[in-house]
Design a protein around this ligand. Structure first.
Ligand SMILES: [Zn+2]
Length: 237
């Protein structure tokens, strides 16, 4: 299981940063590190060396990572951001504006409507080491061919990446694919009210490939399955 990587679509690789936890590497020029590399999520606090090894095994130089984008602040995704930021690569770390207080300053996360358990649990979740970070706003291109999508719900500042050329949606934890497609544990969701709208917007993209923060990518009927999940969330939440 260690150092498992797989090509997702041309120019994008899934890297297992931990057990059932994914990071994604994007080559700006689509094939090499000549124009720099973008890392989406970093795994947990101990995932850094493993990610670096995996990136080398893919034939890339990890010091070519010039940007680290975080789908959200949860520590199993943002846990090694500080380590990458302090490396010789000196990448810029970016996260959704509403998640920045947690990522940059270690402050308690904001929340909307949560479950009873979620209201107790979320302020106590371990946070990543504070990392200087800038805002990753929806609508801007993260790199050529990759669009930043606001996907709030799981956290208030959650972001996804949409690669229209490949029909690939890198959904972070807006969608889990552990045994089945789901919205993940509701106790981890910061704003239940935002989830149906986010899923409806993501499903309108009709992705051919759906890549999640947890679990393997969905390559078969991804768009239809996402529509069904959006419908279920709208009915249930
Ligand atoms: Zn999460």
């Amino acid at each position: 299981m260690d150092n498992r990587t797989e090509p997702l679509v041309p120019g994008v690789w899934r890297i297992e940063a931990g057990t059932f936890v994914n990071a994604y590497l994007i080559a700006r020029d689509g094939s090499s590190d000549a124009d720099g590399l973008l890392l989406l999520d970093t795994g947990g606090p101990r995932s850094g060396p493993r990610l670096v090894r995996s990136i080398r095994m893919l034939g890339f130089d990890p010091t070519r990572i010039d940007e680290v984008l975080l789908t959200h602040w949860h520590r199993e995704h943002a846990g090694s951001a500080a380590r990458f930021a302090a490396s010789s690569a000196e990448p810029e770390v970016r996260a959704g504006r509403a998640d920045l207080p947690v990522v940059a300053d270690g402050r308690a996360p904001g929340s909307g409507r949560g479950t009873h358990l979620g209201r107790l649990l979320q302020p106590r979740l371990p946070r990543p080491a504070p990392t200087p970070a800038t805002a990753l706003d929806a609508g801007e291109p993260a790199c050529p061919g990759a669009h930043v999508i606001a996907a709030p719900g799981h956290t208030l500042g959650h972001r996804a990446l949409w690669l229209p050329e490949h029909g690939a949606l890198l959904a972070g934890d807006a969608v889990y694919n552990l045994w089945r497609l789901s919205i993940g544990p509701t106790s981890l969701i910061s704003d239940l009210d935002a989830v149906p709208k986010t899923l409806a917007e993501l499903s309108r993209l009709d992705p051919a490939v759906l890549a999640c923060g947890h679990g393997p990518p969905v390559r078969s009927r991804a768009g239809r399955r996402l529509v069904r999940l959006a419908d279920q969330a709208a009915a249930r939440l």
